[in-house]
Design a protein around this ligand. Sequence first.
Ligand code: HEM
Ligand SMILES: Nc1c(Br)cnc2ccccc12
Length: 289
Amino acid sequence: ALHTAQQEKNSEDYQEVYNAIATKMREEKDFDNNNGYGPVLVRLSWHVSGTWDKRDNSGGSFGGTYRFKKEMNDPLSRGLQNGFKFLESIDKQFPWLSHGDLFTLGGVTAIQEMQGPKIPWRSGRVDEPESMVPDNGRLPEPHYGADYVRSYYERFNFTDQEVVALLGAHVLGKAHLKNSGYDGPWDDESNIFSNAFYDNLLKLKWTPEINDAGNKQYDNKEKGYMMLPTDYALFQDPKYLKYVKAYANDQDLFFKDFTKVYTKLIENGIEFPKENKPHLFKTLKEQGK
Ligand code: HEM
Ligand SMILES: Nc1c(Br)cnc2ccccc12
């Protein structure tokens, strides 16, 4: 059964939460090699949603079950505890906000504050008990190629175009050897949301290398950039490559398509009553803050 969202506050209340998250991001911008908390907040919003299974509507962002240790300690989510800890003070400041809304709003705020597209966000997720925590093993592994990526996203009914648009989020942040067994990029400041992921994938020379954890990754020495095997798959697979080229050449198209598929991702499994309208948030900059 689908979960029905229960909206209880209005847009001004959620803009206040947005501002609290965005302000804290500014105050703690030196985190993780000057990337700040933006990237890990975006990854957290994806991981809490990526457990969804269309077959029985289990998992997904609705119940906020990431707060329970079984989900939080999923080995494929190592490092996301930093995002959770960052949001704890926001959780205390706004006790009326559900965890599902908190985790997804954290990602939306981070994307917009990193100069990404405006993400219309709908509220009303309701906390579920620990008994509803989905099993580990629903998140994707980085070691494999295009066939793996394509079949993984079949669980969301995402098309090739949607998969390529969604993965553009890997322009943000970095891989940390102790988290995932992958490492890089080594430049700092990968905290601007742009279509650079596609540009780099297409234009730079990528050399397969075995990293210090014994995993194969694709490195560009000149720029100090890296690609996971699942990233590089988008270049290797002709059907994916078509969309990589489209997004490398058109940032507006990327922003539009990313907004659509990211919204789908964080809303999977939830029914929003028609009066439950999306909230459109102003960035701190737009508010003159
Ligand atoms: C094939 C699917 C995917 C795989 C295999 C994958 C894998 C990974 C891995 C291994 C890392 C490095 C984690 C670390 O070492 O700290 C990472 C980081 C990241 N991922 Fe993904 N990911 C996938 C899809 C996504 C999606 C759909 C999004 C968002 C829409 C996303 C957003 C991020 C972000 C923002 C980071 C950087 C986090 C940080 O800097 O701490 N990823 N991903
Ligand atoms: N910055 C990234 C690049 Br550039 C390419 N792939 C990634 C995969 C995970 C996290 C960050 C990146």
